[in-house]
Design a binder for this molecule. Structure first.
Ligand code: SF4
Ligand code: MG
Length: 318
């Protein structure tokens, strides 16, 4: 397995406004993520909303400037590139968003929308129409639909257009941020299957961001579980679902609805809400909500521990 993206100590802090009762401070949306993504795989990042997974995805492509850390894409640290070098890199690194409607310009036809990345990367004009027609077909639409506008399409079709736009330059890596969460369940699996077909066809690597473990189980090779800006567990999909180690992962998995009514499953209820990343709990950040919390958890940050090839950040294993 060859690494395509090697991330070390990635941090993103946002300045928070000072208020009456609150001095100016900084919110650690992402607090030190280290992981390696391999060529051709789908690595999912899963967690509750507000855990920092979207911020992580955007920092990985430098759509947001990271506060600290290294992001090596095929050996090159993206954080060290100039704006111009980074723009040239964009053809290889693309993003698919949750709500394509919000990111598709309503005044442009689909053809114009698909031309934009070609213009930005200075692709020769004589290649445009064949590239656009090939791409619209591989996402399951027809070239006769190219002269329509985004509002003339259904949600699922719009996501196909969003995917086509990301595919135009035949990227090596796509970060997909909740690409099916805005869609009806019946459409979700069509789009997930499309993403899988495209991955095989073009040999792409995916970083797939989702709060929905059912979706993650469908599409991933490996899964990173995020909690309050940190990765608390990272494992192959099979291991993670068969043998979740971190109490947070266990709670998330126990909350997936069972499809087989005979299957008995004990649901672990998470206590309380996700704490504010402006003021994360001391020690293990999960401790106020953890059923297995021990004394040490309140004061000492757990180290990343390897258990049979599975990474877990929890005192139960150190
Ligand atoms: Fe729970 Fe302690 Fe593990 Fe944190 S370190 S998840 S509080 S057992
Ligand atoms: Mg998000």
């Amino acid at each position: 397995k060859k690494p395509i993206l090697e991330v070390k100590g990635l941090k993103k802090h946002f300045a928070s406004k000072r208020g009456w009762f609150r001095p100016a401070s900084s919110i650690q949306a992402v607090s030190g993520i280290t992981l390696t993504v391999y060529e051709g795989e789908t690595l999912s990042i899963v967690g509750e909303s507000g855990c920092g997974k979207s911020t992580t995805g955007r920092c990985l492509l430098r759509l947001l400037e990271p506060t600290a850390g290294e992001i090596r894409y095929r050996g090159k640290d993206l954080t060290k590139l100039t704006g111009k070098e980074m723009r040239a890199m964009r053809s290889q690194l693309q993003m698919v968003f949750q709500d394509p409607f919000a990111t598709l310009n309503p005044k442009l036809t689909i053809r114009r929308i698909l031309e934009e990345p070609l213009i930005a990367q200075k692709v020769a004009k004589e290649k445009w129409s064949s590239l656009i027609e090939e791409t619209i077909r591989v996402v399951g639409l027809h070239p006769s639909q190219l002269d329509r506008y985004p509002h003339q399409f259904s949600g699922g079709q719009r996501q196909r257009i969003g995917i086509a736009r990301a595919l135009m330059l035949r990227p090596a890596l796509i970060v997909a941020d909740e690409p099916v969460s805005a869609l009806d369940v019946s459409i979700q699996s069509q789009i997930l299957n499309l993403l899988q077909d495209l991955q095989e066809r073009f040999g792409m690597t995916y970083i797939f961001i989702s709060h929905d473990l059912g979706v993650v189980e469908h599409i991933s090779d490996r899964v990173a579980v995020m909690y309050l800006g940190e990765i608390v567990e990272l494992a192959s999909k099979e291991e993670l679902f068969r043998n979740p180690l971190h109490p947070y992962t266990r709670a998330l998995i126990s909350a997936i609805p069972v499809t087989d009514p005979d299957e008995k499953k004990e649901r672990i209820i998470l206590q309380g809400d996700l704490p504010s990343p402006a003021n994360p709990p001391k020690g293990c950040r999960f401790h106020p909500r953890c059923q297995s919390c021990m004394d040490i958890c309140r004061t000492k940050v757990p180290a990343e521990t390897m258990v049979n090839g599975q990474m877990v950040k929890c005192h139960l294993y150190s």
